[in-house]
Design a protein around this ligand. Structure first.
Ligand code: SG4
Ligand code: ZN
Length: 261
């Protein structure tokens, strides 16, 4: 179970900087992306490998989110786009809000979405995740936005069904659907080359400023009921984890790029 921080009260986001100085840095995430201020750019094609086929995956309540990992030898990786190297899948997790009008960490034109999925990948050249996080270009995170609708999204079916099994902090289960990584990491969105990208940080302590963010522009959807399942897991203090998004941080002169394929 990850460190001593929460989303409310004396361990909430405005206090993280006391124990974790980097959380007060100048390259923090998330941010509000204002479309009128972005710089357009044509990056090489963003490519996904190792997503096809099935992956044995595990789902954990780590007290801060629902997290999914895989220990298969063939895990997804990405290359191209704004990163000039290969990055390997480490884990994915979700951020949500107390109601459907909030939940995403990144905002677009100051608009919040209901949920955000983060796919965390580490730079293969550094040999391991633990070595990669010591380097300032160690991680890339893919951000996918979801808007709440009446219609369930089939990609969340197996996860939502199994969330009741990980209500307690520290619970860990095998996901019955071996295609869950494929569905979540590389969804069949026609607009995989349509993304914003910028330099930032982890959105939780220790807030390391080592992340190339790739935020896909086109939101997907999740139903109100599917979303409600995420809010039912417990956090370390035994209360429901009703929300787990960090407020937006100052851009402080950074450039946000938008890929034009
Ligand atoms: C979530 O709390 C994950 O559970 C953390 O993963 C993750 O930390 C943290 O979010 C920050 O990641 O993509 N939102 S983010 O910037 O990946 C790391 C674990 O605790 C280090 C393993
Ligand atoms: Zn995250």
């Amino acid at each position: 179970v990850a460190g001593n921080f929460s989303y409310d009260g004396t361990n909430g986001p405005s206090h993280w900087g006391k124990e974790y100085k980097t959380c007060l840095g100048k390259y923090q995430s998330p941010i509000d992306i204002e479309e009128k201020d972005v710089t357009t750019m044509t990056f090489p094609e963003l490519q996904f490998s190792g997503v096809e086929g099935s992956h044995k995956a595990y789902m954990t309540n780590n007290g801060h989110t629902v997290m999914i990992q895989s220990f298969d030898s063939n895990v997804p990786s990405i290359s191209g786009g704004p990163i000039n190297s290969t990055y390997v899948f480490q884990q994915l997790h979700f951020h949500w809000g107390p109601n459907d009008n909030q939940g995403s960490e990144d905002l677009i034109n100051n608009h919040s979405f209901s949920m955000e999925l983060h796919v965390v990948l580490w730079k293969k050249e550094y040999g391991s995740y633990d070595e990669a996080i010591k380097r300032d270009d160690g991680l890339t995170v893919l951000g996918y936005l979801y808007q709440a609708t009446d219609e369930p999204n089939p990609m969340f079916e197996s996860i939502v069904q199994q969330i009741p099994d990980i209500v307690g902090v520290g619970s860990n289960i095998t996901i019955s659907d071996n295609n869950v990584l494929k569905k979540l990491v590389a969804p069949d969105i026609a607009s995989a080359q349509n993304y914003f990208t910028y330099r930032g940080s982890l959105t939780t302590p220790p807030c390391l400023e080592i992340v190339q963010w790739i935020d896909f522009v086109k939101p997907q959807h999740i139903s109100h009921e599917q979303l409600a399942a995420f809010r039912s897991i417990q956090s370390a203090d035994g209360t429901n984890l009703t929300h787990n998004f960090r407020p937006v941080q100052p851009l402080d002169g950074r450039t946000v790029y938008r890929n034009i394929a």
